[in-house]
Design a protein around this ligand. Sequence first.
Ligand code: DX5
Ligand code: ZN
Length: 216
Amino acid sequence: MSHLIAPSLLASDFANLQSECEMINKSDADWYHLDVMDGVFVPNISFGIPIIKYINKHTLKPLDVHLMIVEPERYIKDFKIVGANILTVHIEASKHLHRTLQAIKQEDMKAGVAVNPHTAVELLEPTLEETDLVCIMSVNPGFGGQAFIEGTYRKVEKLKSMIVKAGLDTKIEIDGGVTSVNARKLIDCGADVLVAGSFVFKSENPTKTIADLKKI
Ligand code: DX5
Ligand code: ZN
């Protein structure tokens, strides 16, 4: 399978979300990456359920929703109702991760687990079978436009070998500071999905930037 590109709308023009969505619809992007922040788990507030409901009216591709919130298990049904296809919770915010992953799947969504830069990927092992996607944070979550953390490559390689050893099909997603400089190496280490915010939306031609990332 060739790698997937998931532009993060966090870096888009929030006053023109419809046209930003239409740009992604026509582009080579595979998913929409939607970053929900609560100002508690991360030191920033982005957008939530009502905004996603309206974004969903203009999207033709899967919605990959990244919850940077405490107690994510409280909102699983709400995100399903507004159109989430993949729902990712942070391991650091989930007291009962196994139960939360089951609850996400029960709502017929793909279940994702995100890990902060300081969190060892080995901690994912007990729930790997229930995990459709692991989102490896390559910046500290909360803001777009930060510099990529180089130690990420090692984590991707480790996780990839855990997945292969277990004979699973869990996808590895990389989130934060992804550019054309690190994309190839990330894929070679085992990444399946690249999230890109600033690199896409702050570029002169976002459609072309997405196409270039897809071709890498
Ligand atoms: C960070 C978010 C990312 C962010 C990526 O907390 O989870 O998805 O939008 O943005 P860039 O690509 O600008 O680092
Ligand atoms: Zn994200």
